[in-house]
Design a protein around this ligand. Structure first.
Ligand SMILES: [Zn+2]
Length: 451
């Protein structure tokens, strides 16, 4: 009997322990599974160019908003390019609001070059990586915002400031029908945005990367003309010779900038990058090109990116005097030229030290969530954040992806599930800090004037 009751007793304890384990562990693993499953569902929607399925993405986001009791509206600045705007009204809606922005489109894929189908969003159970186009750029961030809000709502947090979440189309093709029109709209003015967050980049190190500005594109085409002649004749001022002299000059400049990066003196986003993207010359023949004729025209195209800390005017002088001088029968044009200055002539960048309270809050919130932060950076390419900075809104680029190779626009883009989950907690910390922040409004105005 004694043994029996003892056994029953230990059996009872085991059952209680098992129940406890079930109560404590299972719901959280169920919660994690549903968090990951929502991310997978979003990634499975093919929003790749040239024909992104925006409506399916919009329906998905709207269903998420409904489950979170967020207000929502669908804006179509251009037909069939929906922009979803969600709102969590703060207790003091008169305070400047917070805008969390992400784009719903992704770049195209070459599926046969992927180890996992790019729109399956399968989780590799050996390493926990989620492979999908958009896993880094930037469907992760869009859903992390929503998951952070879910956690905050579950903990009964109430924001003081209103939080807006925008899901915009077309970032990958310039954002002209998405963020650009949105940032210029009356709706945006009425939102009274005090700070916005947008995308950053993955970091292979264990620190997160924060971006306060971005380089501006100058897409340059230089053209050379010269007398045509026999392929055997040596003479001066041929179009090809003139163009080659320019290319040599561009190459020297490119090397001087790249050397600064290689020597560790400057970060990638702090130098002017110049890359030749096309060369056009020669006289076509049915079998290729005419070989015994020196052509009368030749041109080359360059993708140039200029950081707002560089002297854009002196670069333009260099182009006119060295890269495409009229003295060598050369001309040039810009296919696109974005100014690094705002309408008041100030370089377009967000304060990235203690002079910007949002920057300090962001850094503290990331550290609070056990994240590490690298040196503030200039984004090497373009994002939608530029349209908001242009309006004088402080904008910070941040995608919480540490210990992750940079695979945006690459084959086998992936994000590890642990990194994704950690990022949600980082946003919980940031939103708590941002949404609770109280500052005298005149200070905000003065601060915005300084931007
Ligand atoms: Zn992106």
């Amino acid at each position: 009997m004694t043994t029996m009751s003892c056994r029953r007793h230990s059996c009872f304890i085991s059952v209680v322990l098992l129940l406890l384990v079930l109560v404590v562990v299972v719901p959280s693993s169920v919660a994690i599974d549903s968090i990951l499953s929502r991310f997978q569902q979003y990634l499975q929607i093919d929003t790749s160019h040239p024909s992104p399925n925006y409506h399916q993405a919009a329906d998905f986001i709207l269903s998420q908003a409904k489950s979170l009791s967020l207000e929502s509206q669908t804006l179509e600045f251009v037909k069939n390019k929906p922009l979803i705007l969600l709102k969590w009204t703060g207790k003091n809606p008169h305070l400047p609001s917070i805008l969390l922005n992400s784009h719903t489109d992704v770049v195209p894929v070459e599926p046969h070059k992927w180890s996992h189908p790019p729109f399956d969003a399968a989780i590799n159970h050996q390493n926990g990586n989620i492979y999908a186009r958009g896993s880094q750029d930037m469907k992760c961030v869009g859903l992390q915002y929503l998951e952070a809000i879910r956690k905050l709502k579950d903990s009964n947090f109430e924001p003081l400031r209103t939080i807006y979440i925008s899901f915009v189309p077309d970032e990958e093709i310039g954002g002209h029908d998405g963020a650009e029109k949105f940032a210029k709209s009356k709706i945006f003015d009425e939102m009274n945005v005090g700070i916005m967050l947008d995308e950053g980049l993955a970091s292979p190190e264990d620190n997160y990367r924060l971006f306060y500005a971005e380089r501006c594109p100058m897409w340059l085409v230089i053209k050379a003309t010269g007398a045509p002649g026999h392929g055997a004749k040596l003479y001066d001022n041929t179009a090809m010779e003139n163009l080659l002299k320019s290319i040599e000059s561009v190459r020297r400049f490119r090397a001087s900038q790249f050397d600064l990066v290689k020597a560790g003196l400057k970060a990638e986003g702090e130098v002017v990058s110049v890359n030749m993207v096309f060369l056009k010359a020669g006289t076509p023949s049915p079998t290729g090109f005419v070989m015994n004729l020196q052509p009368s025209e030749a041109q080359a195209g360059f993708d140039i990116r200029v950081p707002p800390i560089a002297d854009q005017a002196s670069l333009e002088r260099r182009i006119a005097e060295e890269w495409a001088p009229a003295s060598r029968n050369m001309t040039f044009e810009f296919k696109q030229k974005v100014s690094v200055y705002d309408e008041n002539g100030k370089p377009i960048m967000t304060g990235h030290d203690s002079s910007n309270p949002w920057w300090s809050l962001l850094e503290a919130a990331i550290l609070e969530a056990n994240g590490k932060i690298g040196k503030p950076e200039i984004f090497p390419a373009s994002t939608d954040a530029r349209y908001f900075r242009l309006r004088g809104i402080p904008a910070i680029g941040f995608s919480p992806m540490a210990n992750t190779p940079i695979l945006l626009h690459d084959h086998n883009e992936f994000l590890n599930k642990e990194e994704y989950l950690k990022g949600i907690d980082v946003y919980v910390s940031i939103l708590k800090a941002f949404a609770s922040f109280v500052e005298a409004e005149k200070d905000t105005a003065a601060f915005r004037d300084e931007l």
